[in-house]
Design a protein around this ligand. Structure first.
Ligand SMILES: Cc1cc2nc3c(=O)[nH]c(=O)nc-3n(C[C@H](O)[C@H](O)[C@H](O)COP(=O)(O)O)c2cc1C
Length: 299
């Protein structure tokens, strides 16, 4: 009997759609049907963003507060595999992605079903991934694989270029000096290789070893400095979110958060990494290896 695959995702710029197209190009086969569904919020997050709107969604992202999605139609009640494409927003799953995973209709569909996640962010996806894993576990899904795509340029460079992209709406080189933002065209194309691996497991019905094979092909890479920064930032973002949600007028607080973020990235992060290099990294080799493994694999 033919296999049925659902690839479901949200995207603003179209980047995730391109990724899903490339990734599923090698999963689809004569005996494999791939149904692609893009979800849309009832009230759209307009793209490009304005600076104010961009920061205003931080508390809801971090708290995982859902916002209604437009009704969506699925051809089947059950699938042999579900591919979930999502993007991190403020170190958490984007609001439409976390809403989807809290939607009772979708939870019923992914229950007891193998799920492969694929994320496409700037470079900080670890905490969002932890949250996605919790949401999948809560829905009773079987998480069998993960691909994490990032902008491979340095942290400060990708910070500048993503703002150009998000605020201008163009995935282009800022001032013709900076590199193109987001996931590179090569990395998007390469997802077809990950798709081939997924296809083999889908046809055999045995998901054992899938994640290790994806990792061996470079589907997930962990940069230690980013893991350190995100490890600290997730607590700080949560504290900010908790303060901001209690305010009647949140705007001045999200503005303050914006300035905090700039200072944290360009001043706080280098200090944190220097301290870590002397005081923590030399003495915590095993913990670091375990933490990397936690993010590379699905444990
Ligand atoms: C509000 C907002 C917050 C974001 N926060 C992060 C983040 O914390 N980490 C990260 O790696 N990328 C972050 N990004 C980049 C997105 O993950 C994503 O790569 C980009 O929005 C393009 O996705 P799309 O066009 O498929 O929707 C953020 C983007 C937005 C719009």
């Amino acid at each position: 009997m033919g296999k049925k695959v659902l690839a479901i995702y949200y995207t603003q710029s179209g980047q995730m759609q391109e990724i899903i197209d490339a990734f599923t190009s090698t999963i689809a086969a004569p005996d494999v049907t791939v149904e692609k569904v893009q979800v849309h919020p009832v009230t759209n997050f307009d793209f490009p963003w304005t600076g104010k709107r961009f920061f205003s969604v931080m508390p809801d992202c971090v708290m995982g507060n859902p916002r209604p999605l437009q009704p969506y139609t699925l051809n089947e009640n059950k699938y042999d595999l579900i591919i979930l494409g999502y993007q991190p927003w403020f170190l958490s799953p984007s609001i439409p992605s976390s809403t989807l995973l809290q939607d009772e209709k979708f939870k019923a569909v992914i229950k007891d079903t193998p799920v492969v996640t694929i994320s496409a962010g700037r470079n900080m996806w670890l905490n969002a991934f932890d949250k996605i894993k919790l949401l999948l576990a809560d829905a009773g899904a079987k998480h069998v694989g993960n691909v994490a795509l990032v902008d491979r340029h340095s942290n400060p460079v990708s910070f500048v270029t993503i703002f150009y992209w998000m605020l201008k709406g163009k995935k282009e080189r800022y001032l013709n000096i900076f590199p193109k933002p987001g996931v590179s065209d090569e990395d998007i194309k390469k997802t077809a290789v990950y798709g081939e691996i997924v296809n083999k497991h889908l046809l055999s019905g045995n998901w054992e070893g899938l994640q290790q094979q994806l990792v061996d092909k470079g589907a997930v890479m962990i940069k230690y400095p980013l893991m350190v920064i995100e490890g600290k930032a997730k607590h700080i973002f949560k504290a900010w979110a908790k303060i901001i949600v209690k305010r009647k007028n949140q705007l001045p607080w999200t503005e303050a958060f914006k300035y905090y973020l700039f200072i944290a990235l360009f001043l706080g992060a280098p200090i944190l990494l220097t301290l870590d290099a002397f005081l923590i990294r030399p003495f915590t080799g095993k913990q670091i290896r375990n933490k990397k493994k936690h993010y590379l694999l699905l444990n």
